[in-house]
Design a protein around this ligand. Structure first.
Ligand SMILES: Nc1ncnc2c1ncn2[C@@H]1O[C@H](COP(=O)(O)OP(=O)(O)OP(=O)(O)O)[C@@H](O)[C@H]1O
Ligand SMILES: [Mg+2]
Length: 364
């Protein structure tokens, strides 16, 4: 049977699901859908209302008639702490134990017992210097155990069990093709993930505790609208640039909009500068060559051009379906025409599921 996998991205405003399979050498979409919702998470990342999320998941799975495995579930970056650490080289088991204690120092939620935190890590590949290494660089990923349990419990309402719980913030590099060192920015409702990937794998991971909802709130305030009116305005009417590339009249007249955009571009710039500061080699060929946007918040019209102008780095809107065959029969086609970027993490997670079944590397 062909390898098949499901990516499920549980975001705070949309839950997205994508089912992929290999068809010969080509990836094919089997099904995909999303449901809009409002998920609230507690301080430790636990779902505030497990039953509500369970109901929404049930609705989503009924829509697409899910049946295949493995199921890779991505949880929103708001719930996950990722830190880059330098550790002495040591055997795998000792390293895992040491990282659990390291994680205890930086998790913001209250931890009485180290077993309350689930800790994993991603190694960072080094440039090979030819010397025996005494230290290694890695990303430590820490999530409150209660958070994971609440996701598993919500899924159990649908009769499904996740095979892997992953973090959505790491999924865009897997979903979107890369030709050189690339900065991925996924703008969700409540948070924004920034990941830089070079030929040596993931180099920087950052999550900003704000996302596209800040634009909605700003529009509501500046234009004296309800939040739902501002949401509609943001999707349908807001256009940042004129065709000539000049600032649009909205951009010139909406108070605070320029500042918010500069805040966003400054976060990217700081992340790129941080990446540059960590590089051992000094060759421009490994510098960030492109920024790829994804997530619903990337769809503000003119955002990629505005950022490219501000940062002087090419910025594109990611299309996670670019190398995926979409059967003519699927109703999903039209949905994709309008909102492909919101499925980026779900596609990345499904691809990871396929990698697991075909035993390929994570960022191959
Ligand atoms: N066409 C559009 N134009 C502008 N903004 C949009 C558009 N479509 C969706 N959005 C915004 O994108 C956000 C939802 O995107 P997405 O589904 O990626 O978020 P999420 O994954 O649920 O959130 P998070 O990752 O923060 O938990 C909302 O804030 C919404 O306002
Ligand atoms: Mg998201």
């Amino acid at each position: 049977m062909a390898a098949t996998a499901i990516g499920l991205d549980i975001g705070t405003s949309n839950i997205k699901v994508v089912e992929l399979r290999w068809r010969g050498q080509k990836l094919q979409l089997l099904s995909g859908a999303s449901v809009q919702t409002q998920i609230e998470v507690l301080d430790n990342g636990e779902l505030a209302d497990v039953e509500q999320v369970g109901r929404v998941l049930g609705e989503l799975f009924r829509m697409v008639g899910l049946r295949k495995r493995p199921l890779i579930v991505g949880i929103t970056a708001e719930n996950v702490i990722i830190r880059r650490l330098r550790m002495p080289v040591m055997p795998e088991e000792e390293l895992r134990e040491a990282l659990r204690w390291e994680a205890k120092k930086f998790v913001p939620f209250n931890v009485n017992d180290i077993n309350d935190v689930v800790v994993d890590y991603i190694p960072i590949m080094d440039v090979d210097t030819g010397f025996v290494k005494t230290h290694q660089e890695l990303f430590v990923v820490a999530v409150a155990r209660k958070c994971i349990e609440s996701y598993v419990s919500a899924l159990s309402h649908t009769g499904l069990n996740p095979d892997v719980i992953d973090v959505s913030v790491l999924a865009p590099p897997q979903a979107l093709p890369r030709v050189a060192t690339t900065c991925y920015m996924d703008i969700g409702r409540g948070c924004t993930g920034i990941v830089i990937v070079s030929d040596f794998g993931v180099q920087v991971v950052r999550t900003l505790p704000w996302g596209s909802e800040r634009f909605t709130r700003l529009l509501a305030q500046s234009l004296d609208m309800s939040l739902s009116g501002a949401e509609e305005y943001k999707r349908d009417k807001l256009e940042l640039l004129e065709e000539s590339g000049e600032d649009s009249s909205s951009l010139r007249s909406i108070e605070g909009l320029n500042e918010l955009l500069y805040e966003l571009s400054d976060e990217i710039l700081q992340t790129v500068k941080y990446y540059r500061s960590r590089r051992h080699e000094d060759v421009s060929s490994t510098d960030v060559k492109e920024i790829i946007l994804s997530g619903g918040g990337s769809q503000i019209k003119g955002l990629s051009s505005w950022l490219a102008r501000s940062l002087s780095i090419p910025v594109t809107l990611g299309d996670p379906f670019v190398d995926i065959e979409i059967p003519d029969s699927t109703d999903f086609r039209e949905e994709l025409f309008y909102s492909a970027p919101i499925y980026t993490c779900a596609v990345g997670l499904a691809k990871r599921g396929l990698d697991l079944t075909t035993k390929r590397g994570r960022y191959s």
